[in-house]
Ligand binder design. Structure first.
Ligand code: TYM
Length: 336
């Protein structure tokens, strides 16, 4: 039987943090032998908020290098940069014309980001989920592995598919494939180090709120030493009055590879003074091999660029095929 198709992506905005790793990339890596995988660097999404043109190209390469450093293997996965395949923008336009405006106005991420941006909200920010739908649909993806915060965007993608198939599909021949989210419970929502009720985010102005995958051991140790805790005795999961405690224990569990019961038992009697150095050492040890590999890959640009070129060439075949299918269904003439 053919393997199911997976597609996902990360934006080249700033550094990747533990939320991106544990909520998304680590899960891509673990499941990659089971699927036919497409992973893109979504640089068109990165310009939906103000960006620095001097850094965009370099950040895109860096994210691709991080995919590889985290364990994405070209034998199982096709890696490419979104803007290198123009079908993404073109399908987004076609989808725009069938997507009701109020579906987009309802999106939680849009409302949150728009609030932070004040006057300076672009049409692109509102349209972000439609471009994301185009990314997914161009590859006939069955599954989209993401963190919890992206669930609503995938539900929107599904609504768009149903609408297009209803309006333009034939009974037995849908135009687009209906994808499903793949959200693992553990790591799906990594929280900020400064507030255990807010998710860890690249857009938080405080660097102290997140651990980046490329932070040095000294930075990691300092951030964990300073992170918000509480004054309860012992450490425990799932106490709603202790969101920071739950988050930090979860990080320890995920990065040490231990079970939840083992971590709960090991840490039940610990104080923060004993736990924080343990967590810091665990994070440093988990990130060290990723960092070493990342610098190695970035040191060999020619190989990285060749890999992205091969990825683009392969991905483009599927993308152009689906784009053609949609244009035909919508009634466009063929180019003369
Ligand atoms: P981005 O770059 O904002 O996030 C990349 C991935 O990281 C996950 N994530 C988290 N997971 C757990 N805890 C957190 N604190 C946390 N913060 C971020 C996100 O859920 C995501 O999986 N819209 C996408 C990019 C995208 C995409 C796509 C994804 C564009 N097109 C097509 C899948 C399919 C995003 O959130 O990027």
């Amino acid at each position: 039987m053919d393997k199911k198709r997976v597609l996902s992506g990360v934006q080249p905005t700033g550094n990747l943090h533990l939320g991106n790793y544990l909520g998304a990339i680590r899960n891509w890596v673990e499941a990659q032998p089971d699927y036919d995988n497409y992973f893109c660097v979504v640089d068109l999404h990165a310009i939906t908020v103000p960006h620095d043109p001097k850094q965009l190209a370099e950040s895109s390469l860096a994210i691709a290098a991080l995919y590889l450093a985290c364990g994405i293997e070209p034998t199982h996965s096709t890696i490419f940069i979104q803007s290198h395949i123009s079908a993404h923008s073109e399908l987004a336009w076609l989808l725009n014309c069938v997507t009701p405006l109020n579906w987009l106005e309802r999106m939680i991420q849009f409302k949150e980001k728009a609030r932070k941006q004040g006057e300076n909200v672009s049409v692109g920010l509102l349209d972000y989920p439609v471009l994301m739908a185009a990314d997914i649909l161009l590859y006939d993806a069955d599954l989209v592995p993401v963190g919890e915060d992206q669930k609503q965007h995938i539900e929107l993608t599904r609504d768009i598919v149903i609408r297009i198939n209803d309006q333009f599909g034939k009974k037995k021949k849908p135009v687009l494939k209906l994808p499903a989210p793949l959200i693992r419970e553990a790591g799906a929502r990594v929280m900020s180090l400064t507030d255990g009720t807010k998710k860890m985010s690249k857009s938080d102005p405080s660097e102290q709120s997140r651990i980046n995958l490329l932070d040095s051991p000294a930075e990691i140790t300092k951030k964990i030493k300073r992170c918000k805790t509480d004054s309860f005795k012992g450490l425990e999961f799932d106490n709603p009055d202790r969101p920071e405690c739950h988050n930090l224990l979860s990080l320890y569990m995920l990065l040490s590879g231990q079970s939840r019961d083992a971590v709960a038992a090991e840490c039940a009697e610990m104080g923060w003074g004993q736990f924080k150095p343990l967590l810091a050492d665990t994070v440093v040890a988990a990130l060290e091999p990723i960092q070493t590999k990342y610098y190695e890959i970035m040191g060999d640009r020619a190989s990285l660029e060749a890999l992205l070129k091969a990825g683009r060439e392969k991905a483009e075949v599927s993308a152009n095929d689906v784009l053609d299918r949609v244009k035909t269904a919508l009634g466009f003439s063929k180019p003369l």
